[in-house]
Design a protein around this ligand. Structure first.
Ligand code: ATP
Ligand code: MG
Length: 399
């Protein structure tokens, strides 16, 4: 077993000594079987949250009503969730009540897909009542029990299925897929934030094209924020060879393909409830991409966009042109590197200098003059030195 599992063994022993069971569950077991890297482990236990708090001196209550307690142990943190069944699903979203149970199999039964319903004890023995290993071997995503029922209980599972397609390059088992198509509309009831989290993972998975194709084929896309009438833009996305892009780049590319302008882009991104900072970055990237498809970079646009946007935009521009020109990326990098100044702060004069030299009071003219100097320095019309700039200004005033 890998260190990420073995270092939790003392924790398991402590739980067992207190008379309870503990297992690794969910994504970490699935990824372990797949031989993938594991970022964090989830642990399920028969101990109730209160019992977990009694066993370990240091715990954080992160969601006791759902049975989850974080244990701090030997400077590491572990998320422990009590075996549970989910009660009535009243609104296609969240279980209205959670019942803690002592039986592992019942806990595994409430999990979404068979590949996610495997438990592993501290010796590495698997408990797999729903044949998750077989599903992993066949690389299929199938629900535990009736797909239609499971999607009615929690419609987000449909998005999870599709994002796993993107991340794992699995396919969706036919009956599960049929249920997904029939129940796509239920996604409307799901909180935006949950859909956004899944969609972002989907956009970043290696197999994103297949996943987007499934969003289209199943009709799920219609129930995602602002995508109801964007079938074409999504289909367009499939035509491009998208390498590893950041999430900002992915959103920007989508907006670009949607062919919308800044205001509309903002409205679209807000519908996904993205953070303000992210919206700003995406808007700028998409805006500069719009510029780039019409014009080559020049000194002023390189300067104005800044390296932060120039490189991603150039990467997206290459994708638009079906090219993989690493050369063009290093070229723009170099051209940006060779700019005489890269930001206004690098100017060797300040507003104070201008006021002092002119003997006038400050005012809007200072900003205008600085912008003029900035442009002249950038274009090499005057050296970025205090004295040279002062002389240049005198000469300008004379003529
Ligand atoms: P990831 O690698 O993205 O973390 P994961 O499978 O671990 O994938 P999590 O969201 O961390 O996904 O959930 C952990 C486990 O909880 C899942 O493997 C699954 O067993 C269960 N689970 C999560 N969300 C649901 C859901 N909506 N319905 C049923 N079971 C779920
Ligand atoms: Mg996980």
């Amino acid at each position: 077993m890998m260190p990420i599992f073995t270092r939790a063994i003392p924790l398991f022993e402590r739980i067992e000594k207190a008379g309870f069971e503990a297992y690794f569950v969910g994504g970490c077991v699935r990824d372990y079987i797949l031989g993938k890297e594991i970022a964090d482990v989830d642990i399920a236990t028969s101990a109730t949250p209160q019992e977990v708090q009694k066993i370990f001196p240091k715990t954080i209550d992160v969601g006791i009503e759902h049975g989850t307690v974080v244990v701090i142990w030997e400077k590491e943190t572990y998320e422990l969730t009590t075996f549970r069944t989910d009660g009535e699903y009243s609104d296609f979203r969240r279980p209205s009540d959670v019942t803690f149970i002592r039986n592992l199999k019942e806990d595994l039964k409430r999990r979404d897909f068979t590949m996610n319903s495997i438990a592993m004890d501290k010796e590495g023995h698997l408990v797999d009542p729903f044949h998750g290993q077989k599903a992993i071997e066949q690389r299929v995503i199938e629900t535990v029990g009736s797909a239609s029922e499971r999607f009615h209980e929690d419609a987000l599972r449909m998005m999870r299925a599709v994002r796993f397609v993107s991340q794992l390059s699995f396919s969706i088992e036919p009956v599960t897929f049929l249920a997904l198509t029939e129940n796509a509309y239920l996604l409307e009831k799901i909180a935006t934030e949950r859909k956004t989290a899944e969609f972002e993972k989907l956009l970043q998975g290696e197999n994103r094209k297949a996943a987007i194709q499934l969003l289209l084929d199943s009709g799920l896309f219609q129930y995602l924020p602002g995508l109801r009438f964007q079938e074409k833009a999504l289909a367009q996305l499939l035509k491009f060879e998208i390498e590893q892009l950041s999430i900002i780049e992915m959103w920007s590319f989508l907006i670009f393909l949607m062919g919308i302008q800044t205001d509309e882009a903002e409205r679209f991104l807000r519908r996904w409830k993205l953070p303000v900072k992210k919206i700003k970055q995406v808007k700028s990237t998409a805006g500069w991409l719009q510029y780039r498809v019409h014009s080559p970079w020049n000194t002023e646009s390189l300067y104005e966009a800044g390296l932060q946007f120039v490189v991603p935009v150039e990467r997206l521009f290459n994708i638009c042109n079906h090219q993989h020109l690493l050369q063009s990326i290093s070229d723009v990098r170099e051209r940006h590197e060779n700019l005489i100044i890269k930001e206004r702060q690098e100017l060797n004069v300040s507003g104070h200098d201008l006021i002092k030299w002119s003997g006038q009071n400050g005012g809007p003219w200072v900003r205008d003059k600085l912008a003029l100097i900035e442009k002249a320095v950038l274009n090499g019309e005057v050296a970025n030195k205090r004295e040279s700039i002062r002389e240049w200004l005198l000469k300008c005033n004379q003529s």
